[in-house]
Design a protein around this ligand. Structure first.
Ligand code: AGP
Length: 615
């Protein structure tokens, strides 16, 4: 996620903004910039890299004077990380300067109109389009900045937290919010703008958190003005007195980044399909795929290469692609694929999945596949990462930075992208009926609310965790689409609680693992509504007859398994193909609570790195 900081008041803005950006570094970013008004000009400095690079560049180049300014750390979504695409962005006249966190979905059509009106652009960003739209409105309607922002934002589709000022009227900053966070710190004769309170908590603990579709104008020495963007109606601001400390603010009030990221899943799944999944039109738009559809529809097979949790997402994709798009899929551990001299031809499509986009084994597998002539498609979470640059094309997940070493929101957003790809190919191939296709688009759009429902069972899952936190082994069982989820649930538990856990296809129990079952062995069974439901019920009976303890993930309202299991974790009903997006939630929470109860280092577990860039 990008970070925004702004200041207007009596103090020097530069040190406040620079330190504020440093406070937001935890959000993850790839470039940074600051714009200051020195009483006459806008001094703007921005750079790919870290805030410390910006600090050096600023001190080398220009004055950092002025008591009005805005600053930004960019997590790239449109346009690769480089100096030009970094924020802040100036309007064509040079009068307006803006910073933005979010995604303007209809920026391309707005840019086209502005180009026709003679506007020029230096960057590939949606943000530069927005600042010039505001300038265009301001000129055409002959209105002040605040009104121009309100009119312009009513033409915009997407998510934003913006801050901007006009050098011709340097006594105010205008801010607006939809979908991305924006906090306003209220000091004595001064205002602070930020993505969260961490940049200004040392100056004031009085803050306003703008609601969606609200804008505000902060003016030196005057009261804040808050309005509704839609109808310009005045809003009475709710000023909170913050009691959070700095560390709590960085984690959004959660105790760990992992828990924050588990709870971000409804939002980031929506961010990942925003502008891409259009159920009312019955279409899926994936920019990176549009020019390569034939590669997939004519492919002999799809080979998925990945590691760890991303490999589990690939395994889910195998079921989805073969079930819906009827394209043969093989899923390979990248670390094995790269060394086993695999048979790869030009008729193969390789999909590489990686949250970090830097995993050495996955990168090596990509290079091998390219050498042998395959078309390689990437699914990454970091714009401009090595893997995203090495693949022929790809689709980014919009999960935002994943700080916790244990991958959670990356998994569900990867599956979201893979499901959209499979549905798009199935529609083109006619391998599913239009009715089924349309139903799945609508159901996929409802997933964020179903994930939210699953998150609301957290306290119940915490109780279950307290019962099993001291066991030495766990088994995780699933069938079909939920076999990979069983593997993922076991990995989550292993890597943060250090309890040994194994995932298995439920039917495999009788081929050996059932020998492990006794009253000391808790077995997590994913037993949601599916074609395999009755078979899974039989597996549960087999375990119970050997005194195993059953913790079952069931579809809410299930009565059969509820009677058999020792403990149940309920998830909302959804078509089987989408169940991994909800069944993984209780497993993430179970592993999180057990690890916390065991006082493990949840965000940085022992022996692990967030990105395994070594072989
Ligand atoms: C998952 O929780 C682990 N942190 C790890 O298995 C991870 O998924 C794996 O290293 C792959 O990372 P990538 O997605 O960044 O390539």
């Amino acid at each position: 996620m990008c970070g925004i900081v702004g200041y207007i008041g009596e103090k020097e803005a530069y040190p406040i903004i620079l330190n504020g950006l440093k406070r937001l570094e935890y959000r993850g970013y790839d470039s940074a910039g600051i714009a200051l008004f020195d009483g006459k000009n806008i001094n703007l400095c921005k750079t790919k890299g870290k805030v410390v690079d910006l600090e050096k560049k600023f001190s080398d180049k220009q004055s950092n004077k002025g008591s009005l300014g805005i600053g930004h750390t960019r997590w790239a979504t449109h346009g690769i990380p480089n100096d030009v695409n970094s924020h802040p962005h100036l309007s064509n006249s040079g009068d307006l300067v803006i910073i933005h966190n979010g995604i303007i979905e209809n920026y391309a059509s707005i840019k086209k109109e502005l180009l026709n009106r003679g506007y020029t652009f230096t960057s590939d960003t949606d943000t530069e389009v927005l600042v010039n739209l505001i300038e265009d409105v301001k000129k055409k309607e002959n209105v002040k900045l605040g009104k121009a922002v309100q009119i312009a934002l009513n033409q915009v589709v997407g998510a934003y937290a913006i801050a901007l000022f006009d050098k011709t009227k340097p006594d105010e900053i205008v801010v607006a919010k939809l979908g991305s966070p924006l906090a306003i710190g209220i000091g004595e004769e001064e205002f602070f703008i930020a993505s969260d309170a961490s940049p200004f908590i040392e100056f004031t603990n009085n803050a306003i958190y703008l609601e969606d579709e609200e804008m505000a104008i902060v003016r030196k020495g005057r009261a804040i003005e808050v309005r509704k963007i839609k109808d310009d109606s005045v809003v009475a601001p709710y000023i909170q007195e913050l009691k959070l400390n700095l560390e709590q603010i960085e984690k959004g009030g959660f105790d760990h980044f992992m828990l924050k990221e588990i709870y971000e899943q409804p939002t980031v799944i929506k961010d990942t399909y925003r502008g891409r999944l259009l159920p009312t039109k019955g279409i899926i738009k994936l920019g990176g795929l549009e020019n390569y559809i034939e590669k997939f529809t004519n492919a002999d097979r799809i080979i998925i290469v990945a590691c760890g949790t991303s490999w589990h997402a690939g395994l889910v994709a195998e079921y989805i692609f073969e079930d819906l798009a009827r394209i043969p899929v093989e899923v390979e551990y990248a670390s094995e694929f790269r060394y086993r001299n695999p048979i790869i031809t030009e008729k193969d499509v390789v999909i590489a999945i990686s949250q970090s986009g830097e995993t050495a084994d996955t990168l090596a597998a990509i290079k091998l596949a390219k050498e042998k002539g395959a078309f390689v498609y990437g699914i990454c979470n970091v714009v401009g990462s090595t893997i995203s640059r090495e693949t022929h094309s790809g689709t980014y997940t919009h999960a935002g930075p994943e700080i916790g070493v244990a991958s959670t929101k990356a998994f569900t957003t990867q599956i979201t992208v893979l499901t959209m790809i499979a549905l798009k190919l199935a529609k083109i191939k006619g391998s599913i009926s239009n009715a089924h296709y349309m139903l799945l688009l609508q159901e996929l759009e409802m997933i964020p609310s179903k994930v939210q429902e699953a998150l609301e069972t957290d306290s119940k899952i915490k109780e279950i965790a307290s019962i099993f936190k001291d066991v030495s082994n766990f088994l995780y069982l699933g069938r079909g689409y939920n076999f990979p989820v069983a593997l993922e649930g076991a990995l989550k538990l292993k890597e943060i609680s250090y309890i040994h856990a194994e995932g298995y296809p439920a039917a495999e129990m009788k081929h050996g693992p059932i020998a492990l079952i006794d009253e000391q062995m808790p077995v997590v069974v994913i037993a949601v509504n599916s074609n395999h439901y009755d078979k899974v019920v039989s597996n549960i009976q087999e375990i119970k007859s050997r005194k195993g303890k059953i913790i079952a993930v069931v579809t809410e309202g299930d009565t059969t398994v509820k009677e058999m299991a020792d403990y149940i974790m309920e998830v909302p009903n959804t078509p089987e193909v989408l169940t991994p997006l909800v069944t993984t939630i209780p497993l993430q929470l179970l592993s999180y609570h057990i690890a916390v109860m065991l006082e493990k280092n949840v965000d940085q577990p022992r022996n692990l790195a967030k990105s395994v860039t070594v072989e």
